[in-house]
Write a protein of this length. Structure first.
Length: 292
């Protein structure tokens, strides 16, 4: 009986070992070619999507340096236009004087920076001062001293405004007779050559808005910080018409005439440098990110 059981167990063991060895003799099944193609296709598709996304992002980011460069070119054109405008206004100052446009007062602003000829008399008793005010005559600009302690420093003075009655139609206008240093503003002698009927040339000017950081005028106290023609005219009993005497009007010891300043804002050089710098910086960043 024991021999029969032993033979049975040995037979089962041999059968199991035979089956295992038989399985090991057969090679494992290789992956299907179809599955490999599917994996390769997915990888290539993902790569194409990434490349497409890369191209789109690079083009979108390229808009920044391109737009900045375009704005810089636009500022170049604006600067040329502004410089030509300033030259045009300066040329007006050098043109021969025309008669004051008595019959075209409604369009007087179109005559700004034009030289006009005036004849009439001053009302010195209604004179007032705008201060502090800079000095802009050519002689002072040519000196270019820049000395803070100079009694004729442009920041230590004011402009003398005197009503003037036109002889032709008795219209009273306001004339900027010129600039005086601070110590002389309150001791203004009446110039004898300008007593009675006098003739001279002047430059037509427009009213101005209150500059930033400049205080409001105080007409009731006769304190003036900037040119407001309506307030000034009401204060001295004149029409809201304002002219600035030319440099030939200057008398020894009196206000220094010729204080017309062409104040045209021109910051286009700063703007174009800003835009071109931004274009260069962002362009270099774009290149380093996508093509380095």
């Amino acid at each position: 009986m024991r021999q029969i059981l032993l033979v049975t167990r040995l037979g089962c063991w041999n059968i199991r070992n035979y089956g295992a060895s038989k399985e090991s003799n057969f090679p494992k099944q290789k992956p299907s070619v179809i599955k490999l193609n599917e994996r390769t296709g997915k990888q290539s598709g993902n790569r194409e999507k990434k490349e497409k996304k890369f191209r789109l992002n690079s083009l979108l980011l390229l808009v920044v340096p391109g737009a900045a460069f375009g704005l810089g070119c636009w500022q170049v054109q604006r600067m040329k236009w502004k410089l030509n405008l300033i030259k045009e206004l300066e040329s007006k100052l050098e043109q021969e004087a025309i008669d004051f446009p008595y019959n075209d007062l409604d369009n007087l602003n179109q005559y700004e920076y034009r030289r006009v000829h005036l004849r009439g008399r001053f009302l010195f008793d209604k004179e007032f001062v705008i201060a502090p005010r800079g000095r802009f005559d050519k002689d002072y600009k040519q000196k270019n001293t820049g000395i803070a302690g100079d009694s004729e420093s442009s920041s230590h003075g004011g402009h003398v405004i005197t009503p003037f009655v036109l002889e032709k139609n008795n219209l009273t206008i306001m004339v900027n007779r010129g600039w005086l240093p601070g110590p002389q503003l309150h001791e203004r002698p009446v110039p004898k050559p300008h007593i009675g009927v006098t003739e001279f040339d002047a430059i037509v000017r427009k009213s101005e808005n209150r500059p930033q950081f400049v205080s409001e005028n105080i007409p009731e106290r006769g304190v003036w910080y900037y040119k407001n023609f309506a307030q000034m005219a009401e204060y001295c009993g004149a029409s809201p018409i304002y002219v600035e005497a030319t440099s030939e009007f200057t008398e020894p010891g009196g206000p220094i005439a010729g204080q017309t300043n062409i104040n045209v804002r021109n910051e286009h050089l700063q703007y174009l440098l800003t835009w071109f710098s931004l274009s260069a910086i962002t362009g270099v960043m774009w290149f380093l990110k996508f093509y380095r």
